[in-house]
Design a protein around this ligand. Structure first.
Ligand code: SF4
Length: 160
């Protein structure tokens, strides 16, 4: 099945996590930052303290994974353009990133579910959802309900 890349590729992303996410000062982040403000540690599209994140108090950045949503929004929705050069793009980039990341997380879980001994019905559900998620840019109530129903059926299999 032709799925999008489900791992972050920061070199092809416009640092969407580092600009769009809220940081709350505490154990995970050394600073407070509101959504839409570039992190002060960001240089261009890359983190200037990447090799030192833990010691500088940014364990949350190490833990974070966009599941490939960042580069897909940047490349597929905005043709590689960036809010750095065109600040007016930022609200739409943030919106699309927020919409797409949960879908990519869901696809990651569905790919991982392949390792379980799924019934034919569950395998068909899994593949159908993957196909639908791969061509979607935002969640729908039906997609969300289908995913919840799949997880409900998967749980007893995953626990054995
Ligand atoms: S510390 Fe680095 S990785 Fe974390 S938000 Fe800032 S620029 Fe991004």
């Amino acid at each position: 099945m032709d799925l999008p890349d489900l791992k972050s590729d920061c070199m092809n992303c416009a640092a969407l996590c580092c600009v769009s996410l809220v940081l709350d000062k505490g154990k995970m982040f050394a600073i407070d930052k509101e959504a839409g403000r570039p992190c002060p540690n960001l240089g261009g599209h890359l983190c200037t303290i990447h090799d030192d994140l833990k010691d500088r108090g940014f364990q949350g950045c190490i833990n974070y994974e966009c599941a490939g949503a960042g580069q897909r929004v940047t490349q597929m929705r905005f043709n590689g353009e960036s809010w750095r050069d065109a600040p007016e793009l930022l609200p739409a980039m943030m919106r699309d990133f927020a919409n797409l990341r949960p879908l990519h997380e869901r696809m990651t879980m569905l790919v991982a579910a392949e390792k379980y001994p799924l019934t034919d019905e569950l395998e068909q559900m899994r593949q159908k959802m993957l196909r639908k998620l791969a061509r979607s840019w935002a969640d729908t109530p039906q997609m969300s309900a289908d995913f919840d129903a799949f997880l409900e059926k998967l749980r007893p299999i995953a626990q054995t």
